[in-house]
Design a protein around this ligand. Structure first.
Ligand code: ASP
Length: 627
């Protein structure tokens, strides 16, 4: 399928067994070296790079043209593939033992001077996003986006082989509760009314089950208006799955098979299935986390019982005393640094026992501890015991975070390992103390586990939900649950979450009606595609697995979105911008001017073209027009 009227091969195809053949290649000039006589061009396309040699004695016209070529010009070259001489072989390039001896060269398309060179490191991210089409030509991004496409292809094949139907659900919809803020879209035909972009197709996929489709999937874009952190974007893509008459074993096995395929086909790595399972309670107890990184040990231990009568008041008075045994004799400086971190995570301090090479203990608290206590903590020579004494939740938070930090810092993590695991049976509700009410830990459509189905409302703090999360190397890939298919139970959950009957009707009336008309038991899962590619590509930057991401302020430096609309549009929508909206809007902020150059040209200053729209907007505050 490579051969077209433009080319006979891809640049990455050039190999010794093609030597002697005529090839026509088309691609971008990655680098040009002009030796006065001979001109060398590295010609790049998605598949790789081939070196072109243009010899003025063999191809005078091509050589004349080659002098004009600059980086990122699009070229088409015809010639004969020849072997390189032994001393010019480049063992670092797959095509490094051959080159194309050019007969005819065509400049298909030119490029203005570049705002950055493609092989330049540490280019400012805003500048990269502003010129994303260039940035995407880099090897790493080509690889990440390619991997993403390959992965989605495998997902579709697996889901379809298992009888799941790809059903598209609407983007303009009603609020769907996944715990974030909604993006709202004003309606021109019904001024003053708004659609919400789905935070997930949760209710819709449940309705496909009520509608008898039995097995649904979709690669769905979900919109969550969140305050952005490094690992969050507002448009997330997920593999969304739902099945009727659900069977947890079938669902887990399907996901495990899918991941095994992805890892095998994309990375050539065998991952072990079935994945281990932990309940939430166990994960929390052993790792202080609901998404534990199990590539290393360093598990939390509990000393609450032995410290009940401790002479060390901090231990005696704490609801829980838990500790980590660190296989290293930490220095005072290490301990001071760890204490700072522990404080950031909410600890009041960090008590410790350090055991030296001889096994002697060094610690300001040792003198308060009984023999029983010391016997329990007794570490190996050259080790350190770190304590958290607080509420159970706080000890989990602090020690869980310390554990991850130390795993990294002490080099306990095998970087080549992928440890997948299921975490199940999360609590059903959690208390929002500020708002003084219960909220759903997963979402309000999640059913309780069988033991709790009749009494979750009596003891919401302890009720467990039929939920599961999939975790790899300490990252949550996604999760799901079995759903409530009984309208009475659903209403009871809504009631517990503080929704009046009227609110239940206006927000979720259609779901309650559907559940009342023959709803099969159903359940499903959603797995983040962006996160999956990050893990697969070992790519720490979420934006580098997305072709056209927004920046951390939710704006697109390339197009300038979000942007202004005309007064006419606002009038049609019945929207008046408040004074506040215009006052707080930042002025357009452009990446600084940069010295740029074609690789062999005199430097000159390139002012990025204006994008006309703010870079870090606090969007307009909309209010339905009441005038
Ligand atoms: N809708 C949920 C989410 O987006 C996943 C699920 O329960 O299937 O997180």
């Amino acid at each position: 399928m490579t051969e077209t009227t433009w080319r006979t091969h891809m640049c990455g195809d050039a190999r010794p067994d093609h030597v002697g053949e005529t090839m026509i290649l088309a691609g971008w000039c990655a680098r040009r070296r002009d030796h006065g006589g001979l001109v060398f061009v590295d010609l790049r396309d998605r598949s790789g790079v081939t070196q072109l040699v243009i010899n003025p004695e063999l191809a005078p016209e091509a050589a004349a043209l080659a002098h004009q070529v600059r980086n990122e010009f699009v070229l088409r070259a015809e010639g004969t593939l020849v072997a390189r001489t032994a001393e010019t072989v480049n063992p670092n390039m797959p095509t490094g033992s051959v080159e194309l001896q050019v007969r005819a060269l065509e400049i298909v398309s030119r490029s203005t001077p570049l705002p950055f060179q493609l092989d330049e490191e540490n280019v400012d991210e805003t500048l990269r996003l502003r010129y994303r089409w260039l940035d995407l030509r880099r090897d790493k991004l080509q690889r990440n986006i390619g991997l993403r496409a390959q992965m989605v292809g495998i997902i579709r094949r697996e889901m379809e082989a298992a009888g799941f139907l790809d059903i598209q659900t609407p983007i303009l919809f009603k609020p769907t509760p996944e715990g974030a803020r909604d993006f709202v879209v004003p309606s021109r035909l019904q001024p003053g009314r708004f659609y919400a972009l789905p935070q997930s197709p949760q209710i819709l996929k449940q309705l496909t089950m009520v509608a008898g489709f039995d097995r649904y999937y979709q690669i769905a874009v979900c919109f969550r208006d969140e305050d952005l952190r490094a690992d969050r974007v507002q448009e997330i893509t997920q593999l969304d799955v739902e099945m009727s008459f659900p069977d947890q074993e079938l669902l887990f096995a399907l996901m495990e098979r899918m991941y095994a395929r992805i890892w095998e086909e994309c990375l050539g790595v065998q991952i072990e299935t079935p994945f281990p399972r932990l309940t939430f309670a166990e994960a929390d107890r052993r790792f202080g986390s609901d998404k534990p990184d199990t590539r290393f040990g360093l598990e939390l231990e509990d000393a609450t019982d032995v410290t009940r009568g401790s002479e060390f008041g901090v231990f005696a008075n704490a609801q829980a005393v838990r500790f980590l045994r660190v296989p290293q004799e930490l220095s005072r400086a290490d301990l001071a640094r760890l204490e700072e971190l522990a404080k950031e995570w909410g600890a009041k301090g960090l008590a410790y026992l350090v055991y030296d090479e001889e096994g002697e203990v060094r610690s300001p608290i040792a003198k308060f501890l009984s023999e029983d206590e010391l016997a329990r903590f007794r570490g190996d020579p050259a080790s350190t015991v770190l304590f958290a004494a607080d509420t159970w939740e706080a000890t989990s938070r602090v020690l869980g975070a310390l554990r991850s930090h130390l795993g990294d810092e002490l080099g306990l993590i095998d970087d080549d390992a992928f440890t997948f695991l299921w975490v199940t049976d999360f609590p059903m509700f959690e208390r929002d103390e500020e708002a003084g009410r219960w909220t759903a830990v997963h979402h309000p459509f999640t059913r309780p586990v069988a033991e709790w189905s009749d009494r979750f409302h009596d003891e919401p703090a302890n009720a467990l939900a039929h939920t599961y999360d999939l975790v790899v190397n300490g990252n949550e890939l996604g999760g799901g649950s079995f759903r409530i298919h009984e309208p009475e139970i659903q209403a009871k959950v809504f009631e517990l979450l503080g929704l009046t009957e009227e609110e239940q009707r206006t927000k979720f009336g259609f779901l309650l009606d559907a559940l009342a008309m023959g709803a099969p038991p159903h359940g499903g899962i959603a797995l983040g595609i962006d996160r999956m590619v990050m893990v697969l590509a070992s790519e720490p930057n979420l934006r580098d697995v997305i072709a056209f991401p927004k920046n951390q302020a939710g704006a697109d430096p390339m197009s300038g979105a979000p942007s202004d609309v005309t007064q006419e549009q606002l009038d049609e929508l019945g929207i008046r911008l408040t004074g506040v909206a215009s006052a707080v809007r930042p002025t357009a902020q452009e990446p600084a001017a940069r010295i740029t150059r074609h690789d062999d040209e005199a430097p000159h200053v390139q002012q990025p073209a204006p994008v006309g729209e703010p870079e870090a907007p606090t969007g307009p505050v909309m209010s339905p027009d009441d005038s």
